[in-house]
Structure formats: structure tokens, C-alpha cells
Write a protein that binds this ligand. Structure first.
Ligand code: HEC
Ligand code: HEC
Ligand code: HEC
Length: 433
């Protein structure tokens, strides 16, 4: 009884402290707006550097609505808690950040606080941007201020209660936000490695898609780069690239990140496609540094996997033989024109062989299903790689049959289970706005 009461008192005390902290941090002071928008600086080198930081940070991608003006906001981000819309970061004085002084901009990137003091949602990757250097933030600021101002008021968010109450983010920040620049590593590392880590962990915010998340949408500690489900795509682990069945080389990784294509590994699609398009505009040395850092990542020691049972290993029974026959026929009519070994298109631009593609060697069929349903959009650039969508052409069962065929014949692995059901689920997921 006494114990219980003591515990109750302790809990009450903890609750009071948490509440006090939350109240203290829930509203940050407003930073006075400038009287007039900052005039665009004339320092060309600074603006060019800011533009490059923006490429690595994907600022334009997230801050541009479908067919909207660049950087004027309005792109919807689906989160487990509802839809959040990015805001206008052009220098418009009223609806954008034109009257934000540099320290307000720095505080937004470092602490996730808007100029007027309201807290921003961590769908804006400030938990990574906080690691950027002051000089990169200043260059980015100068670059954004040099853009044409666009008047575009913020689109209201569509978040579920209680998350539509912004002050709650204070609790999240207390738990998960570590502000400030990266600490030096505990062993000596090359200049390229340090630069790569800075870009990956900071502006590049790669972990925001490639690290598993907890129930509150924060990256799980101790599982950095172990892979994650994002926008119904599978963002593969990045901590074992050198241990893949066909290990990545540094040169393949650089090609993939700069052009979206790597011989022996595949093409970037879905949420990774814009990342590679932006990295294609970043300095090559920066992308090489990113690859150097990724190649050094190692997964934590994993429990030993039990070997496949005899039945599992010899699962090619009559039923699956039939599936592979129908799948083979469908593949011949729908896909082989571009993907069969020897197809004329196979020769263009070092096209990866399907069987080697990470999409088919993965344990998870999601990305293969996405690719068949949605194809790869034509983007008109020099590195474009187009594949037509098959959502309206093939049924869930037909897609399952084709994938069973490619998985067993090309990738030499057992067919995935439940593909037609997963296809039906993904169809629903992508039909949502
Ligand atoms: C993953 C998508 C994403 C990326 C990448 C991103 N942002 Fe944002 N950003 C958002 C969202 C969403 C918001 C709005 C958050 C809110 O309203 O709580 C936002 C808000 C902001 C704000 C606050 C604006 C205001 O009026 O309060 C600034 C400043 C900003 N972003 C700058 C940047 C810069 C600079 C970059 C590139 C380094 C960038 N963002 C990259 C999604 C993104
Ligand atoms: C918006 C989410 C998102 C962000 C941000 C992101 N990725 Fe990805 N990434 C993905 C998805 C999804 C895939 C799978 C794409 C596919 O299969 O075509 C992927 C694939 C990859 C692959 C291929 C891995 C393999 O085994 O095939 C590499 C390498 C990679 N990403 C590196 C990066 C790096 C480096 C960054 C940061 C600069 C980054 N990603 C940022 C979502 C993201
Ligand atoms: C008009 C030509 C064309 C057709 C038809 C086509 N594809 Fe593709 N496919 C491409 C291109 C182009 C790419 C991008 C990679 C590249 O450039 O090699 C691609 C990429 C893929 C990938 C990603 C592989 C990787 O490199 O990561 C998969 C999976 C895939 N296709 C499956 C299929 C399947 C299954 C079919 C039949 C249902 C099909 N494709 C039909 C042109 C085509």
C-alpha cells in the first residue's frame, strides 16, 4: 500500500515535470520579421553553393505541389497520423519566408520552430537538418532569398486528433530531437568519409526513409539504415550494401545515386527516383563521398537464420510449375520486348538484368509490384528511363504469376507468397491522393 502510494507520488512528480517541460517548450518566442524582404545577394559563389545544398536536401521536391510553382509549398506528405502539407519557402513577404531573418531560418532547420514561434512537425526533416553547418545554412538562405517570390498561402493539414495540436510536438522533440552538429567519430576517418557522413546524416536525411520507425514516427535508435516501409514502398537497408548477394561496388553506387541506374543492381523508382534526380545535380565529389560513407556501414550482428527446411527448399510442386508456365507466357507478351536477355532495349545505357535487380532479390515483393503497377514515369531528362504502367492491363493474379516467373527463373529464388493479395493492397494504397 505504502509502496503503491510512493509509486503514485513518483509518477505524479514525473508527470508534472514532463508537463512543465512541455509547457516551457510548446511555444517558442517569435522572432521579429524584417521590415522588408532581404534583397538577393550578389555573391554568385554563395548562391551556387546554396543551390547545391538544396539539391542534396530535396528542398524543392518536398516544397513543390504537383504542377505547382517550385518551392511554393502545398505538397501533401502522407504520415501514419494524417496528411501534412509543406509550406511556401519562396521569399514572398506575406505567404513565404521573405521577411524571415537568417536566425529565424536557422532556428527552423535546427529546432523545427517557425518564425512566429509555432512548432513544426517532424515530417519536415529538421531532426537531420539540425546537423548542417552554419555556413551551409547561410548559403541555403541566400539561395532561397534569390528565388522569385510566389504568393501561396499554406494549405491546411489533415491530421487526426490529438496530433493536430502542434504543442504536442514539444514532447516529441524532448524525446527524440538531438540538436546541433555531428560529433567527431571515435576513430580517424578519411576526408571523403567525413563529408559523406555529414551529407547523409544532415542535408541528405537518408535515414528518414531508410531507418525503421517507432509508433511515434521517430527513427528507432540502434537500427540506423536497417530499411523501412515508406509510402508503401520498401526502402531497402543501406547498412549491408557490401554484403548483398551481389555486393555493390563504390562505382555502381555512385552511378545509381547520380543517374538512377546501376549495372547489376537496378533502377531507382518510387520515392528514390527524385532523390537520384537531385543528387545528379550535386557535385560528383559529394556523391562519391556519400557512397564512401554508405559502403562503410555495417549491420549490427544478426541472430543466425534457421536453414530452409527440406519441404520449403523443394517447393516447386505442380501448382507452382503451372503458375510459372502462365507467368512465363504473360512475361513473354508484356515484358520480354524490353526485358528478355537479348531484347534490343537491353543494350541501351547499361540496363540492369532483371534477375540481378535488388527489386527481385529482396525478400519483400512490394517494390516489384509497385514497378509493374506504376511503371517508371518519363522525366524527359538525359538519364530518363521509362517503363509503362500495367495497373489497368494486368489483374492481381496475372501480376502474381509474372512475378513468380521472374523470381524463380531470373532471380533464382523461391516465389514470394501472397503476391496477389499484396498487389490488391498496394492498388488501394496508391489510389489514395
Ligand atoms: C520530406 C519533405 C521535406 C523536405 C525534404 C524539406 N521540407 Fe521543409 N517542410 C516540410 C513540411 C511538411 C513543412 C511544414 C511543417 C509544418 O507545417 O509543421 C516544412 C516546413 C519548412 C519550413 C518552415 C516554414 C514556415 O513557414 O514555418 C522551412 C523554413 C523549410 N521547410 C525549409 C526547408 C529547406 C531549406 C529544405 C531543404 C534543405 C526543406 N525544407 C526540405 C517538408 C520538407
Ligand atoms: C523519400 C524516401 C527516400 C529517401 C529520402 C532516400 N531514399 Fe533511398 N530508397 C528509397 C526507396 C523507396 C528505395 C527503393 C527504390 C527502388 O526499389 O526502386 C531506395 C533505394 C535506395 C538504394 C538502393 C538500395 C538497394 O539495395 O537496391 C540506395 C543505395 C539508396 N536508396 C540510397 C539513398 C541515399 C544515399 C539517400 C540519401 C541521400 C536516400 N537513399 C534517400 C527511399 C528513399
Ligand atoms: C517499354 C519497355 C518496358 C516494358 C514493356 C516493361 N519494362 Fe520494366 N523497365 C523498363 C525500363 C526502361 C526500366 C528501368 C530500368 C532500366 O532503364 O533498365 C524497367 C525497370 C523494371 C524493373 C526494375 C528493375 C530494376 O532495374 O530495378 C522491374 C522490376 C521491371 N521493369 C519489371 C517489368 C515487368 C514485370 C514487366 C512486364 C509486366 C515490364 N517491366 C515491362 C522498360 C520496360
Amino acid at each position: 500500500m505504502v509502496q503503491a502510494r510512493k509509486l503514485g507520488l513518483i509518477m505524479l512528480g514525473v508527470a508534472a515535470v514532463v508537463l512543465a517541460c512541455a509547457i516551457r517548450y510548446a511555444w517558442e518566442p517569435s522572432i521579429e520579421p524584417l521590415l522588408a524582404p532581404v534583397s538577393a545577394g550578389a555573391d554568385k559563389a554563395l548562391l551556387a553553393r546554396g543551390a547545391q545544398v538544396a539539391e542534396v536536401g530535396d528542398c524543392m521536391y518536398c516544397h513543390t505541389a504537383n504542377r505547382g510553382e517550385p518551392f511554393a509549398g502545398g505538397m501533401p506528405l502522407n504520415t501514419p497520423f494524417g496528411v501534412i502539407y509543406s509550406t511556401n519557402i519562396t521569399p514572398d513577404p506575406n505567404t513565404g519566408i521573405g521577411r524571415w531573418p537568417l536566425d529565424a531560418f536557422t532556428r527552423a532547420l535546427r529546432e523545427g520552430v517557425s518564425r512566429d514561434g509555432h512548432l513544426l512537425y517532424p515530417a519536415f526533416p529538421y531532426p537531420h537538418f539540425t546537423k548542417m553547418s552554419d555556413s551551409d545554412i547561410a548559403a541555403l538562405y541566400a539561395y532561397l532569398m534569390s528565388l522569385a517570390p510566389v504568393s501561396a498561402p499554406a494549405h491546411p493539414n489533415d491530421l487526426r486528433f490529438p496530433l493536430n495540436f502542434r504543442p504536442l510536438v514539444a514532447g516529441w522533440n524532448l524525446l527524440y530531437l538531438k540538436t546541433g552538429e555531428l560529433q567527431p567519430p571515435d576513430r580517424p576517418e578519411s576526408v571523403a568519409w567525413l563529408r559523406g557522413r555529414y551529407l547523409v546524416e544532415g542535408a541528405g536525411h537518408c535515414a528518414s526513409c531508410h531507418t525503421p520507425m517507432n509508433a511515434l514516427g521517430a527513427e528507432k535508435s540502434g537500427e540506423a539504415f536497417a530499411g523501412n516501409l515508406i509510402d508503401s514502398w520498401n526502402a531497402p537497408p543501406l547498412n549491408a550494401l557490401t554484403r548483398a548477394p551481389k555486393p555493390w561496388t563504390q562505382a555502381q553506387l555512385v552511378d545509381y545515386l547520380r543517374t538512377g541506374l546501376a549495372s547489376e543492381h537496378g533502377a531507382a523508382a518510387g520515392p528514390m527516383l527524385p532523390v537520384t534526380q537531385h543528387l545528379g545535380n550535386a557535385p560528383e565529389s559529394d556523391v562519391e563521398a556519400i557512397a564512401t560513407y554508405l559502403m562503410s556501414l555495417r549491420p549490427p550482428p544478426a541472430p543466425v537464420q534457421p536453414a530452409l527446411s527440406h519441404e520449403e527448399a523443394s517447393a516447386t510442386d505442380d501448382a507452382s510449375a503451372r503458375v510459372i508456365r502462365t507467368g512465363g507466357a504473360l512475361f513473354a507478351s508484356s515484358c520480354a520486348g524490353c526485358h528478355a536477355s537479348g531484347a534490343p532495349m537491353r543494350e541501351i545505357g547499361g540496363r540492369p538484368a532483371l534477375g540481378l535487380s535488388s527489386v527481385f532479390t529482396s525478400d519483400d515483393p512490394r517494390n516489384a509490384i509497385h514497378l509493374v503497377l506504376q511503371g517508371i514515369p518519363w522525366n524527359g531528362s538525359g538519364t530518363a528511363h521509362y517503363m509503362p504502367p500495367f495497373a489497368d492491363v494486368l489483374s492481381d493474379e496475372q501480376i502474381a504469376d509474372i512475378l513468380a516467373y521472374v523470381r524463380t527463373r531470373y532471380a533464382q529464388r523461391p516465389a514470394w507468397k501472397d503476391v496477389s493479395r499484396t498487389t490488391a493492397t498496394i492498388r488501394k494504397e496508391i489510389s489514395q491522393p
